[in-house]
Write a protein that binds this ligand. Structure first.
Ligand code: HEC
Length: 105
């Protein structure tokens, strides 16, 4: 067997081994809280990644959610209108975050 043929055979079996092995992703159930236009958040925020990926961050402040939504738009070109950005931010703060007290301690 020539060296080239050996390499091809090795490569082919390697590729086959990869394909034949099922890839299992851990399934984490993150329910979408209903209300306050959750459909707007779902419409845009699930285009590029999962809901769990978003909520993995834990409860976050309004500035965090506002900044994150803006980051998705500015850096990753999420096509979300200013109005919808506001709706989504309000939704996220209400269900997955908290307001920052005006005068903090
Ligand atoms: C155009 C694609 C796209 C859309 C639409 C999108 N994201 Fe993202 N998002 C990304 C990418 C890419 C990353 C990974 C960024 C990184 O690794 O730094 C990310 C990461 C995140 C993270 C992890 C923290 C961070 O800052 O990296 C959060 C939270 C998040 N997105 C929330 C949202 C929310 C909320 C929406 C809906 C308003 C949304 N995303 C819509 C592309 C998108």
């Amino acid at each position: 067997m020539s060296k080239t043929l050996l390499l091809i055979t090795l490569f082919a079996s390697f590729t086959y081994a990869q394909v034949s092995k099922p890839i299992e992703m851990p399934y984490i159930d993150y329910p979408v809280t209903k209300g306050d236009h959750d459909e707007v958040a779902q419409q845009y925020c699930l285009i590029c990644h999962s809901w769990g990926y978003i909520l993995n961050q834990g409860k976050k402040s309004r500035p965090y959610w506002k900044g994150t939504v803006q980051k998705m738009v500015n850096e990753f070109k999420a096509p979300i209108s200013k109005e919808d950005q506001q709706t989504i931010t309000n939704y996220l703060v209400k269900h997955y975050g908290f307001e920052v007290p005006a005068s903090g301690h």
